[in-house]
Design a binder for this molecule. Structure first.
Ligand SMILES: *[C@@H]1O[C@H](CO)[C@@H](O)[C@H](O)[C@H]1NC(C)=O
Ligand SMILES: *[C@@H]1O[C@H](CO)[C@@H](O)[C@H](O)[C@H]1NC(C)=O
Ligand SMILES: *[C@@H]1O[C@H](CO)[C@@H](O)[C@H](O)[C@H]1NC(C)=O
Ligand SMILES: *[C@@H]1O[C@H](CO)[C@@H](O)[C@H](O)[C@H]1NC(C)=O
Ligand SMILES: *[C@@H]1O[C@H](CO)[C@@H](O)[C@H](O)[C@H]1NC(C)=O
Length: 356
């Protein structure tokens, strides 16, 4: 029966248990690859997309639903995109940011980092694609750190930083099987991060290695999840890259979590932050508008980048960048209701200041 191993594996995925040695990782990888067809055949796990989309759109809520993924994608595969343990109490929490910035002076009603720092807009608005892989914790954090490095350097350091490199942080989690954005920030301070572009870009020291999701209308890559194609971590640059790894490192000067009254202030002063959202099934169908929960079971925790906020038809929202390609949602972006801790999004804001 497929149910038990699937449950066991999901528990494993959600708790983000770490695998300690490379040998172990390799063995697990090979075993999963062999068992893939037997254990995770999507037939048992098919979703009725039409029913979900019609249901949401008939609610006349603040957002619209539609197809984002290939219609044959299974719930199991969707769950594999959730790379953060949603129970943050079991994770390390970063020190709270000092109250020096926690002034309550008025923030504008709308703010968009892209407009505030046009010299960094290309990075801030870049839509990453994790592939069928729970590396969101690394991809989103590397992306926010790229933005902040650009902003802190006043547009002189404009580099894609490597989620591939960050995902090698062994105390953060385990690549596609999930990790902690808080520990990822910590790694940026202790070990630094190198440059790296997207899949097959050949750009930077360590480009991303996992095949993109590519959105609705395309076949799931090899009908096999990203963690299976994720290689063993090596801390060295790709052959074609001119610099060596040690001379390509960027570090965080300090890292912190944000109190609720400093969320906006910190984005306003320093740029995008990372938040964790508890993802329910309906979120997978988000196409436009301001997301708020309507229906479906929880799929897991997911790290996203928040770049600003605003108000639309009287509904306050956070402006966010997702990492499921540019055909997901509003060209890769989404808005989520602000002020009511929608799906836990206001519980875990993390950020850091780069060394420049
Ligand atoms: C999916 O839901 C729609 C609308 O409720 C229904 O018409 C259709 O038969 C369902 N499809 C499957 C395969 O269950
Ligand atoms: C949908 O919501 C809008 C705005 O709240 C409202 O003006 C409209 O009448 C609603 N339509 C239906 C069919 O309920
Ligand atoms: C989707 O699944 C159906 C039923 O399992 C199958 O017949 C069809 O070939 C699949 N489509 C693609 C594009 O994989
Ligand atoms: C801001 O904080 C100060 C000191 O805590 C308080 O006196 C003041 O009323 C606050 N202003 C607003 C607009 O909340
Ligand atoms: C970042 O990566 C994307 C995709 O590989 C590329 O198009 C873009 O030019 C890169 N940006 C910078 C600043 O290198």
């Amino acid at each position: 029966m497929i149910v038990l191993p699937t449950l066991v594996f999901l528990a494993y995925l959600v708790t983000g248990r770490q695998i300690n040695s490379i040998a172990n990782a390799k063995q697990t990888y090979d075993t999963r690859k062999l068992n893939y067809k037997a254990e995770f055949a999507p037939i048992e796990d098919q979703l009725n997309h039409t029913m979900m989309i019609d249901y949401i759109n008939n609610l006349n809520t603040s957002w619209k639903a539609g197809y984002n993924f290939h219609p044959n994608i299974s719930k199991y595969e969707l769950k594999s995109l959730m790379g953060v343990n949603p129970d943050y109490r079991r994770h390390l929490q970063l020190p709270k940011q000092h109250s020096i910035l926690s002034t309550n002076s008025t923030m504008p009603a709308e703010f968009d980092s892209c407009q505030a720092w046009p010299e960094c807009q290309e990075l801030i608005s870049m839509i990453h694609d994790t592939g069928l892989c729970g590396s969101d914790w690394a991809v989103a954090t590397a992306s926010a750190f790229s933005d902040r490095l650009c902003i802190a350097s006043k547009g002189t350091i404009v580099r894609n930083l490597s989620a591939e490199d960050l995902s090698c942080c062994h105390f953060c989690g385990h690549k596609c099987e999930g990790g902690s954005p808080e520990l990822a920030w910590r790694y940026l301070m202790t070990d630094g991060i190198v440059t790296g572009g997207s899949y097959q870009s050949k750009e930077g020291c360590k480009p991303y290695t996992i095949y993109p999701i590519r959105g609705y209308g395309q076949l799931p890559p090899q009908n096999i999840m990203g963690y299976m194609s994720a290689g063993i971590c090596e801390r060295k640059c790709q052959e074609e890259y001119a610099k060596d790894l040690l001379s390509d490192l960027y570090y965080a000067e300090c890292i912190y979590s944000l109190r609720r009254n400093t969320h906006m202030r910190d984005i306003y002063n320093n740029g995008p932050v990372i938040a964790t959202v508890k993802v329910y099934e309906d979120f997978m169908y988000y196409r436009s508008g301001i997301y708020q929960y309507t229906t479906g079971e929880q799929l897991g925790g997911h790290a996203v980048k928040i770049i600003g906020w605003g108000v639309e038809n009287g509904v306050k929202y956070w402006l966010c960048v997702n990492s499921w390609g540019s055909s997901w949602g509003e060209n890769g972006f989404f808005k989520i209701k602000r002020g009511n801790n929608e799906c836990g999004i206001e519980e875990r804001f993390n950020a850091g200041i780069p060394k420049v």
